[in-house]
Design a protein around this ligand. Structure first.
Ligand code: UD1
Length: 367
């Protein structure tokens, strides 16, 4: 049996790392393919080093481009790799372009696909990630879910029970493995900050950063809340580019930083007073850490972070966000609880499901 694991962009690495470790522990032959969707050292190599991921056996070097260009380049390059190595299963994670491209290519070659983090839905098809999720799930033979809403979404879309495995959250496996080390590093000190006395901001969604009006509004918001609590803002390359071209000026208490490494960012999240973000994964990580999170989007594909965790959606309403930051700094916020199977053992369940996967059972489940 050979398993090919595919990663491409920053949020894939911490989801696949524990699966790779578990495959190694069980001595199941596997190879790692990096599509190269993210390529800057700070967006990729640093994560491999910190997570202890082996060098990928293949690096496809696809880089940036329009959605069609990026997706097509992954498909062309990864097809060659699949044809050469003929894996028995391809494992993809999350919802980035590389995920959907690899799933589509494998499915057309008749290679079973396992999707880590299947079934999440924002019900907002203007998000490229939502389209990637739908395509990937419907091409997958083994759907490994992180929360109950995902199980329900898949069933509603007609996917049979036999393909769905409620494995839990592999990203939380990585978080629990590195949390103590991350806090011991005291990464806030490098920015002159004190634990539990700063806000941590991240923005990279096209809907927030590509529209100059929205980005300016968000920067004004960051400036306003910085008078209450200093704001640390590690900016994605796409966001820094947009800010530079707009000539954004920020007060001193909004500290703009380069993208942070995995462990450093984990430490920063763990001791933030509040996290403000448009990321998907960070909503889950803050829930796992019991840190208040305000999501600067109108929808979430991760409802358990709101229903059980510490997250709240604020959408476009930055006045509401400002009021909520005030409440949080006054200590008035829900404690939250950690959703089931976010327990550090998700990758074990993923690999057990891969080991017991039978293509015949999956095929009979197709209707
Ligand atoms: C991608 C994912 C998004 C995920 C995010 C995490 C898709 C559709 N989007 O968005 O779901 O939340 O990663 O970061 O797959 N760039 C660099 N260096 C890099 C990578 C990107 O400078 O190493 C810049 C380039 O200008 C590039 C832009 O960022 O055009 C966008 O990169 P891309 O991978 O297309 O999408 P992300 O916004 O990173």
């Amino acid at each position: 049996m050979l398993i090919s694991n595919v990663v491409g962009a920053r949020p894939n690495f911490m989801k696949i790392a524990p699966v790779v470790m578990e495959l190694s522990r069980r001595k199941i032959p596997h190879r790692l393919i990096h599509t190269g969707q993210h390529y800057d050292e700070a967006m990729s190599k640093v994560f491999f080093d910190e997570l202890g991921m082996p060098e990928p056996e293949a690096h496809l070097g696809v880089g940036s481009g329009s959605h069609a260009q990026q997706t097509a380049r992954v498909m062309v390059a990864i097809e060659e790799d699949f044809l050469k190595h003929r894996p028995d299963m391809v494992v993809v994670a999350g919802d980035v372009n590389s995920t959907a491209a690899a799933a589509m290519t494998a499915a057309k070659l008749g290679i079973p696909v396992a999707h880590v983090e299947a079934g999440l839905r924002s019900f907002d098809r203007s998000m490229p990630e939502e389209l990637n999720r739908i395509v990937t799930d419907h091409l997958s033979d083994l759907l490994l879910t992180t929360e109950e809403s995902a199980n329900q979404n898949l069933k509603r879309e007609g996917i049979t029970d036999s393909k769905i495995c409620f494995a839990g959250n592999c990203m939380v496996d990585s978080l629990l493995r590195f949390r103590d080390r991350a806090i011991e590093k005291r990464p806030w000190e490098a920015h002159g900050l004190s634990p539990s006395h700063y806000a941590l901001l991240t923005l990279h969604r096209p809907s927030n950063v590509d529209d100059p009006f929205r980005l300016t509004q968000l920067m004004d918001f960051a400036a306003r809340i910085s008078y209450r609590v200093p704001v640390l803002f590690p900016a994605h390359p796409r966001t820094s580019e947009r800010m530079e071209s707009l000539g954004v000026k920020l007060p001193e208490r909004v500290i703009v930083a380069r993208p942070q490494s995995y462990v450093t960012f984990l430490g920063l999240m763990a001791r933030a007073q509040v996290v403000l973000t448009d990321s998907g994964g960070i909503q889950e990580e803050t829930t796992a850490l019991s840190v208040p999170c305000l999501t600067l989007r109108g929808s979430t594909e991760r409802p358990s972070t709101i229903e059980q965790g510490t997250n709240c959606l604020v959408g476009e309403d930055l006045d509401l966000a400002e009021d909520l930051v005030e409440r949080i700094t006054l200590g008035d916020w829900k404690q939250g609880s950690v959703p089931p199977r976010w327990d550090g053992c998700a990758a074990q369940r993923v690999v057990s499901a891969i080991e017991t996967f039978s293509p015949r059972a999956s095929a009979s489940g197709v209707h």
